[in-house]
Design a protein around this ligand. Structure first.
Ligand SMILES: Nc1ncnc2c1ncn2[C@@H]1O[C@H](COP(=O)(O)OP(=O)(O)OP(=O)(O)O)[C@@H](O)[C@H]1O
Ligand SMILES: [Mg+2]
Length: 226
């Protein structure tokens, strides 16, 4: 049996009115269970690449298939289905500032139909996983940027999605917490989750030898040419 890709991009271009070509002719497949970095310097197109995958933006042209859904087809109305099967860590998905840490994570579980109590318990589990078990009842505002990032990661994991898309998930974190978070991702990978992580951090990419999609000026380039 041929394994179907979980992500397919066919000749994807994204051009902004300012004529900036953020993505240029990207064609690729990512298969279930892969752990892939999207690497490149600032402005290379990493965030735009991920934003297209979770339907925060549409490409100017090209086709994108995620979880078998043609998300770029006109009239695509299943963003909800796409998102419930995709854990997203991104500055586009801000934490709710007037809620507690647990509420922020539980909210994502309730959004897909979990009861309040199960959602809170599941949120507690995920928060322990990112080392925030003692902060559950604190307001989000009481947490440091790095701690807030860990809440965002717990929120992305709460519904056990088969696919995780994370934009600079370790961007605000110190060395130890970066290591802890990467261990969580590695553990998810071992359990079969597909992960796509965008990062500028070449050290991180070197340290965790996985597949790497290198972007440069919106183009996919071979690692040899870096
Ligand atoms: N909404 C937008 N309008 C106009 N240009 C944009 C928009 N979003 C992104 N761009 C441009 O597209 C290019 C790629 O941006 P992107 O945010 O994907 O870079 P990045 O690789 O994520 O960078 P960083 O590492 O700094 O986060 C940049 O030149 C950026 O200025
Ligand atoms: Mg970015």
């Amino acid at each position: 049996m041929v394994t179907e890709a979980i992500i397919e991009m066919h000749h994807v271009f994204k051009t902004y009115p300012s004529q900036i070509s953020a993505l240029s002719d990207i064609t690729l497949e990512i298969f279930p269970g892969e752990f892939t970095f999207v690497a490149g310097s600032s402005g290379s197109g990493k965030s735009v690449f991920l934003r297209i995958l979770f339907c925060a933006e549409r490409p100017t042209s090209g086709e994108v298939v995620v979880h078998g859904m043609h998300i770029t087809q006109s009239g695509f109305k299943k963003i909800y289905q796409l998102r419930r099967r995709t854990g997203i860590v991104s500055p586009d998905f801000k934490l709710l500032r007037d809620r507690t840490v647990n509420e922020n994570v539980a909210f994502a579980a309730e959004a897909i139909g979990q009861g309040r109590k199960e959602a809170q318990e599941r949120a507690s589990e995920m928060l322990s996983r990112v080392g925030l078990e003692d902060r559950e009842n604190d307001s989000i505002l009481a947490l440091s940027a790095g701690e807030q990032q860990r809440v965002a990661i717990a929120r992305a994991l709460v519904n056990s999605p088969p696919l995780i898309l994370a934009d600079e998930p370790t961007g605000n974190l110190d060395t130890q917490t970066t290591f802890d978070v990467m261990e969580i991702f590695r553990d998810l990978h071992r359990k079969g989750t597909t992960l796509v992580l965008a990062t500028q951090d070449t050290g991180l990419v070197r340290h965790y030898p996985n597949r790497v999609i290198h972007l440069s000026g919106g183009k996919k380039v071979d690692s040899e040419t870096i």
